[in-house]
Design a protein around this ligand. Structure first.
Ligand code: NAD
Length: 344
């Protein structure tokens, strides 16, 4: 069901470093003869500034809804009270209920775990719509602020089911549910209850649950013990950034926002305004997101070839300035992409 037969996708280059890293990734796709057509859509901060409150034109929305897949660069969040993030709006508008983030050890990207020879290969599935992200907050008095947290059975079920299906597809043998049901007995309690119900249908996957604070401790002491973890929105947000740190930081963190009709593939990082236009941004996270997208769409051979070329390039020590061996001079964004292309 997950394989989309479309060969045309919508692409939004994004703001800040977005256009630079998107150019690098699409050049790598072209060099590997990926049979995808792109329809570039008008989406981002400048469209918000031009009066489009969702950060995209009506034509962009139509195109994305027609094509079902959006490959996007990072987008700047407009400043000001009451103004919503373009990225969060897009996830809500299209009900992309599962946020999948893959984290793995990459040779050439040095971390405390790689130095200790401990390989990491784990996936976080974060619920992407509910929880505290509705932003339903108010002041009860000048000194007391109240926020609402919403967890629903259907909302929990769709993301948990996705997590089990993904675990099967990736050949994982276990899936854990992270939660705080010992304290939030109704909200996290409901999420955990749904997890345990759905788990009965997936006897081939070993299911377990773990309290989120204990999970954080175990992730930083024994990350190799985990394969896949499903969590509610806010806890998943925090735990997935923790996992990004385990494998070398935001430059290596891809993500997929999966919905039934529309899915969005993007890097976890933002627009990096401090380095935009300098040609030094690391395109790896966007490339890894693109590889996730290719696999999702069934372009498994392209995905494997490009992934291997990336891994080999990293192993050779080729790197952008944000990581890698300082003794080897760093490459700019496009030179890094050229090195990957040469290794395809
Ligand atoms: P950021 O991720 O843009 O930058 C944090 C730090 O990481 C900066 O020092 C930056 O230079 C560095 N960095 C990030 N990506 C990098 C890359 N590919 N290569 C090298 N270095 C990289 O976070 P921020 O500064 O908090 O946010 C900037 C803007 O991006 C904000 O408007 C924010 O709302 C937005 N944002 C968008 C998304 C998205 O589009 N999904 C995600 C996060 C933040």
């Amino acid at each position: 069901v997950l394989y989309i037969m479309n060969t045309k996708i919508a692409v939004a280059k994004g703001d800040g470093i977005g256009p630079e890293i998107m150019e690098a990734v699409l050049r790598i796709f072209a060099a590997n003869n990926v049979q995808l057509e792109y329809e570039f859509v008008e989406m981002g901060k400048s469209y918000f500034d031009a009066g489009h409150s969702t950060g995209m034109t009506a034509a962009a929305k139509d195109t994305i809804e027609k094509l079902g897949i959006l490959f996007k660069g990072p987008m700047e969040t407009p400043k000001g009270k009451g103004v919503k993030s373009i990225n969060v709006t897009a996830r809500k508008v299209w009900n992309t209920y599962a946020n999948q983030r893959d984290f793995r050890t990459l040779n050439g990207v040095e971390t405390v775990f790689s130095k200790a020879g401990i390989p990491i290969n784990l996936t976080i599935i974060r619920e992407n719509i509910e929880d505290t992200y509705g932003g339903i907050e108010h002041l009860l008095t000048y000194d007391v602020a109240v926020g609402r947290r919403i967890i629903t059975r259907p909302g929990s079920e769709q993301v948990i089911r996705y997590a089990f299906e993904m675990a099967r597809r990736k050949g994982y043998t276990k899936l854990a549910c992270g939660h705080k049901a010992n304290i939030m007995k109704l909200t996290d309690g409901l999420f955990l209850e749904v997890f345990q119900e759905v788990a009965k249908e997936y006897q081939d996957i070993e299911s377990s649950d773990i309290i989120v604070d204990d999970l954080c401790m175990k992730l930083v002491t024994h990350p190799e013990k985990f394969q896949a973890i499903v969590l509610t929105n806010l806890q998943g947000d925090i735990v997935s950034d923790l996992c990004a740190g385990l494998v070398g930081g935001l430059g290596f963190a891809p993500s997929a926002n999966i919905g039934d009709n529309i899915s969005i593939f993007e890097a976890v990082h933002g627009t990096a305004p401090d380095i935009m236009g300098k040609g030094i941004a690391n395109p790896t996270a966007l490339l890894l997101s693109g590889i996730l997208m290719l696999r999702y769409m069934g372009f498994t051979k392209n995905a494997a070839t490009i992934e291997n070329a990336l891994l080999y390039t990293l192993e050779q020590g080729v790197h952008t300035g944000d990581f890698g061996d300082k003794a080897i001079p760093s490459s700019g964004t496009q030179a890094f992409a050229d090195a990957i292309i040469a290794n395809l």
